[in-house]
Design a protein around this ligand. Sequence first.
Ligand SMILES: Nc1nc2c(ncn2[C@@H]2O[C@H](COP(=O)(O)OP(=O)(O)OP(=O)(O)O)[C@@H](O)[C@H]2O)c(=O)[nH]1
Ligand SMILES: [Mg+2]
Ligand SMILES: [Zn+2]
Length: 341
Amino acid sequence: MVKKISNKQQLQISKKKDQILDNFYNNVSDLSNGIVACRFGNQVDLITDDFQTVRCSVRRTVKSITTGDNVLWHEDAANSEFKGIVEIVKPRTSELHRPDFYDGLKPIAANITRIFIVSSIKPELSTNIIDRYLIACEETKIRPVIVINKIDLLTDNEREVLKSDLKFYNDLGYDTYFVSTVNGDGISELKEAFMDQFSVIVGQSGVGKSSLLNTLIGTNTAYTNSISETSNLGQHTTTSSRLYFLNDSTKIIDSPGVREFGLWHFSADTIARNYREFRIYLGTCKFKDCKHINEIGCSIKEAVEEGKINKVRYENYLKILSSNELVLKKNKTRRANNNKR
Ligand SMILES: Nc1nc2c(ncn2[C@@H]2O[C@H](COP(=O)(O)OP(=O)(O)OP(=O)(O)O)[C@@H](O)[C@H]2O)c(=O)[nH]1
Ligand SMILES: [Mg+2]
Ligand SMILES: [Zn+2]
């Protein structure tokens, strides 16, 4: 009979593994520590222990590297184009990724402890994208913070209405901040949530992620741009994720805007499980394989009708499921067409 190991033993084994890895990394001579600030193709900008930025190429044996990765690198005197070469990426403590049709899951940021989900009054407030990121946060167990930017564009009354409309996020236990990078409203409280954390700022294009980064670090380091007047759609100003230091212990990654945050690598079950308020009802529907769409005897639907689950959240759940189905169908057709070629 195979003897099951206890949680305590598992913890001891994992501690031992970490110790062995730490010893290994500390004893690799000639290699220095660095953290990936930015990646472009097979090149990275690293920030060294003494806060220097070094452009490096990446050894082919490195399978995956992204912003926030802790790496070991050395100088490469033979190469005039790059100062160094990255040899090893250390194991990640956390990972945020998105699905990609060609590359499978693509990492967006590594080792982060918080995800700041930004939406704004202009171009358009989107609870759908907030919910998409919340699902990813629940799945990866990285703490989310919701930020609604550009509240300077609202009257006092409109602001109060918006706060009350979005109160359900607070009720679910998600921290929500209403801010303006233009007049500074809410920024000092929000800044507190960044302190001593390793954060990534995510959201659609034009919501003010880079403006927020600049406001927090007090410079105009990150490029920002105005929204296209004609289409009202944000132009993609930030083109790749970049890491900034607010102080020694506070790191922030500014990421490029997304049109939509894909979740098509998640099954309907995974999505439902990552809706906090669904959890107590899961397993109580009439049908075991209930997807909570229009099945008879669905506890989730009943809870929505009784006002126990917020309607907006539930509608977003349905939208996410149907858009997943559409993407999967499209990918299937694309794959079939590729195979024909
Ligand atoms: N009214 C108002 N405008 C803002 C605020 N914050 C940012 N903006 C404007 O919104 C526009 C877009 O800001 P960015 O910071 O470039 O947006 P972003 O999210 O980084 O965009 P991408 O890099 O394309 O993803 C700029 O014109 C900013 O000046 C705000 O609090 N209020
Ligand atoms: Mg930007
Ligand atoms: Zn159900």
